[in-house]
Design a protein. Structure first.
Length: 386
């Protein structure tokens, strides 16, 4: 795919993509560096200005989900832990357990000043990767929003291990957006958008105001480092979040939070980077496209890649390689001959059987397998193109 760096209409128009009329349901992610000062104290005055923006949007009819970082940083100060609580997994878990209760209390207090009720949801990667648990999260978010509540979501770092962690709240926000069926996601950050090179090292770096499609050029502009040193994300995680959000039918914006009333400012100016979605995605396809824990991959030839692009299923004849130890029903990547991920879907065969029928015609499968075969390695109804 080719990157589209053109600007859709005006900066104000970009801000309007996230207004109530065009975005009835919005996810707002707040980074650690914005919520917590370098001394480990919460930035209450700034947070109060953000909550005032949220309250104004809720009063206008917009439903808001907040994805809030900051628990580890806040808890680390209270416990006196080195390296902001990130010296070890055990320190991070202890800091999160201590900081989360304080963080939730601040959100509940400030939202309460505007007569808004806060709800806390703590999730792990598994909660959003397992289909049944994902649907439970989706149902809870939907009910809370219909009741006029502002859900405040964070990763459950107090129990998450390295194997079941998002590791950053950018991707979590995008995945929560898909679960909530949100129309937009705004990542408030300590940087005001995607630049064509690292603005901290290059004063001539140019802001990219609009991305219509994410390709290798766009991905190459990312810098994995978190500029504050406090959070766990960087521009790489934000671009991955944009891929998840747009695949689920939501626009995503990266905007600065280093000003008071950041949502109001973004709505007025549209300053930042907006990744626009090509359109709505069915709920199941949104879950599939945003999956982060696939169990393996199926490599396909050029003919199969073309067939998938026009809505076909992946047949054994079009496969040229199997990787991983996946089981039937597991999420797998589908990659083209050049190694690019072009789709995600649910495997119809275990990896061992899939490997036995790679490149084979349908009329050969029963003899090879010893049982009546299924028609596809990955059926189109259980696949999402990327």
């Amino acid at each position: 795919m080719v990157a589209d760096l053109s600007v859709p209409a005006s900066p104000t128009r970009r801000g309007e993509l996230f207004a109530t009329a065009t975005c009835p349901r919005l996810v707002v992610k707040v980074g650690s560096a914005l919520l917590i000062a370098p001394d480990g104290q919460p930035r209450r005055d700034w947070l109060a200005s953000l909550v005032a923006d949220i309250a104004a949007r809720v009063a206008a009819g917009q439903q808001i989900v907040v994805v809030s970082s900051g628990a580890i940083a806040l808890g680390a100060r209270r416990l006196g832990l080195a390296r902001g609580g990130r010296a070890s997994l055990e320190d991070a878990q202890a800091a999160a357990a201590t900081g989360q209760i304080a963080l939730s209390s601040i959100w509940a207090e400030l939202l309460g000043h505007h007569r808004l009720t806060a709800a806390q949801l703590l999730v792990t990667l598994d909660d959003l990767e397992d289909r049944r648990r994902y649907l439970n999260v989706s149902a809870t978010l939907g009910r809370l929003l219909k009741l006029g509540v502002v859900p405040v979501v964070n990763e459950n770092d107090s129990v998450a291990t390295e194997e079941i962690r998002f590791g950053d709240n950018d991707r979590l926000a995008a995945r929560v957006g898909a679960a909530a069926r949100a129309n937009g996601v705004i990542l408030l950050s300590d940087i005001d958008g995607l630049y064509d090179s690292n603005p901290h090292g290059n004063p001539d770096a140019k802001l990219i105001p609009h991305v219509a499609r994410i390709d290798a050029t766009i991905a190459g502009m990312a810098d994995a480092r978190s500029s504050s040193g406090m959070g766990s994300g960087g521009m790489v995680s934000k671009i991955e979040a944009a891929r998840i959000a747009t695949g689920a039918g939501a626009n995503l914006a990266i905007a600065t939070g280093r000003i008071d009333h950041p949502l109001a400012r973004f709505g007025d100016t549209g300053h930042g980077t907006v990744f626009t979605t090509p359109g709505n995605a069915p709920a199941r396809k949104a879950w599939l496209s945003g999956g982060l824990t696939d169990r393996g991959s199926i490599r396909v030839d050029d003919g199969a890649a073309r067939a998938l692009a026009i809505g076909g299923s992946l047949l054994p004849a079009g496969a040229i390689g199997i990787e991983g130890g996946f089981m039937r029903g597991d999420l797998v990547r589908i990659v083209d001959a050049a190694g690019r991920v072009i789709a995600r879907g649910l495997a119809e065969y275990d990896a061992a059987d899939a490997a036995r029928i790679v490149g084979r015609r349908s009329d050969e499968l029963a003899e090879l397998l010893g049982y009546a075969p299924r028609s596809a390695l990955v059926h189109r109804n259980h696949m999402a193109l990327l």
